[in-house]
Design a protein around this ligand. Structure first.
Ligand code: ADP
Ligand code: GLC
Length: 491
């Protein structure tokens, strides 16, 4: 099948979260399964042109009922056989620091233009390459306009008449809401403003338009597919999702097991497998030393790696006088290691905790090496998310023999099985209510098991390490969804 992936983020070129990992790994798995996949994304300032090949001639892109011009660069996606990534090199839109924004301007004022240019360029690029996809697969709000354009502006052309569109929701919390004055930049006619579903309480909403106009919707775990159809989880779009639920599928993300694999991981101190799990201890000692903690194998280490945003339960963990991290570290014989960046108040509070608590250490910033070292060196991994469409770190944790302590939501509920004290069954520790007390209690429960039921803990680690989270499984499910989409195009 010919598949065009459209995304604002793709690993290793640009990443703000798991979306980038997912698009890249899914594309590779689909290529491996024999599909003809191409990816299109912006060439941000940080992506070095010198490492790319320039396509001949400029690309004319419809914009604001006019046209704008861009160069296109390409390279092969690392880890694939020959999967091309095409970079839209529109200097005015993408030649700056940041994907959606930067610390000075968290949501760029011209995001409507930027992502309209990305989405419109997809069709022009197909003409340029003389290659027409059967499937356009867009990811999140920033690419969802492509599916709307396909429906209203492109399907009447023979080249796209039989192309089906898929929109994958990686996070319903980010929708792309902007003033409707920007609408003409999308390239759609005002006549589509209502029927295309762009209108949302007087403003334009990219994700909403995509949810209404795409042939098929997917999201990244079965439980999240249910949750987004409820008032509590729907971010105002649950009505549309319920209305379209025959076309909504939850497919669990996989893990790139070439990159996240304790047997081969080049970023960790000591490789290990199920058979040599005792060597994990070397990583623990390395982590304790690196972070300035007491090097002591008898104290359990709890790791946290996260964007510091409300979605991840940071208030319940770190809010001054309210959050549970302080009480956990002050009253339990544990160590806590945090890697993250995000909201300023939270970064500040983490620095405060570090100054107060000898068993709490953090690195504020983004650090790929440290993220692998925390996965390999921790005993537990804490993820108290408010909501979690899929979540990657709990899966990495399982594969690294690090037991997840998670809130039962979205992909966390689908990937972690509750510990049973009687039988020792399970792969981690789950709780339901997102309160500092529940986090405290569940961590306490896990720590109790670590000190008193060590045989259970060891069995659980091995059970986790044996889990199959390969992308091949998910790629098969996407293939079935693509087939369904081709038979069910909404003309
Ligand atoms: P989300 O996409 O909502 O942030 P995921 O769990 O799907 O959550 O993916 C997060 C990804 O980003 C993981 O690969 C995680 O290791 C990585 N990550 C998050 N924060 C950092 C950080 N500060 N340093 C290194 N990696 C990070
Ligand atoms: C989003 C979600 C996360 C998911 C990732 C990849 O960023 O917040 O849960 O794992 O996308 O699909």
């Amino acid at each position: 099948m010919k598949i065009l992936m459209i995304s604002a983020e793709v690993v290793p070129f640009a990443k703000t979260g798991g979306l980038a990992d997912a698009v890249s790994a899914l594309s590779i798995a689909l290529e491996k399964a024999g599909h003809d996949v191409k990816i299109i994304m912006p060439r941000y300032y940080k992506i070095d042109r010198k490492k790319l090949t320039k396509l001949d001639g400029p690309l004319g892109i419809p914009f604001n009922y006019n046209e704008t011009w861009s160069a296109v660069y390409t390279t092969t996606l690392p880890g694939s056989n020959s999967l091309p990534v095409y970079f839209i090199d529109h200097e005015q839109s993408f030649g700056r620091e940041g994907v959606y924004g930067n610390p000075l301007e968290p949501d760029f004022h011209d995001n409507v233009s930027r992502f309209s240019i990305l989405c419109n360029s997809a069709f022009q690029l197909c003409h340029k390459l003389n290659w027409y996809p059967e499937i356009i697969h867009s990811h999140d709000w920033s690419a969802s306009l492509a599916n709307v354009l396909l429906k209203f502006n492109q399907r009447w052309k023979p080249e796209f008449a039989h192309t089906a569109s898929i929109l994958t929701i990686h996070n319903l919390g980010y929708q792309g809401n902007y003033d409707k004055i920007n609408y003409p930049k999308t390239g759609l006619d005002w006549i589509n403003y209502h029927t295309s579903g762009f209108e949302d309480y007087g403003r334009m909403n990219f994700l909403k338009a995509g949810l209404i106009s795409s042939d098929i919707l997917t999201t990244v775990s079965p439980t999240y597919a249910e949750e987004i159809q409820t008032f509590e989880g729907g971010f105002g779009l649950d009505g549309i999702l319920r209305y379209r639920n025959k076309r909504l599928f939850g497919i669990l993300n996989g893990v790139d097991t070439e990159y996240w694999n304790p047997e081969k991981d080049k970023r960790i101190k000591q490789n290990y497998t199920v058979k040599s799990i005792n060597k994990k201890m070397i990583n623990k000692k390395f982590l304790q030393e690196k972070m300035g903690l007491e090097v002591n194998e008898n104290i359990p280490v709890i790791g946290i790696i996260t964007r510091l945003v409300a979605q991840k339960g940071i208030a319940e963990l770190f809010a001054p006088t309210y959050g549970s991290a302080y009480n956990i570290c002050a009253s339990m014989n544990v160590q806590m290691v945090v890697l993250g960046s995000g909201e300023t108040w939270c970064e500040d509070e983490i620095r405060n905790l570090q100054a107060k608590l000898p068993n709490f250490r953090a690195y504020i910033g983004y650090d790929e090496d440290l993220s692998h070292q925390i996965e390999a060196g921790s005993d537990f991994f804490l993820m108290p998310s408010k909501y979690e469409p899929c979540g990657l770190n709990q899966m990495y944790s399982l594969l690294y023999g690090t037991l997840p302590i998670v809130r039962r939501t979205g992909g966390l509920a689908d990937t972690v099985q509750q510990y049973c004290e009687k039988t020792g069954e399970g792969t981690g520790f789950l709780f339901d209510n997102l309160t500092p007390q529940s986090i405290y209690d569940t961590v306490g429960w896990a720590v109790y098991a670590w000190y008193n039921k060590r045989e259970h803990i060891e069995q659980m680690k091995i059970r986790g390490m044996k889990k199959d989270f390969t992308w091949d499984k998910s790629a098969k499910e996407y293939k079935d969804v693509y087939k369904f989409a081709l038979k069910n195009i909404c003309y």
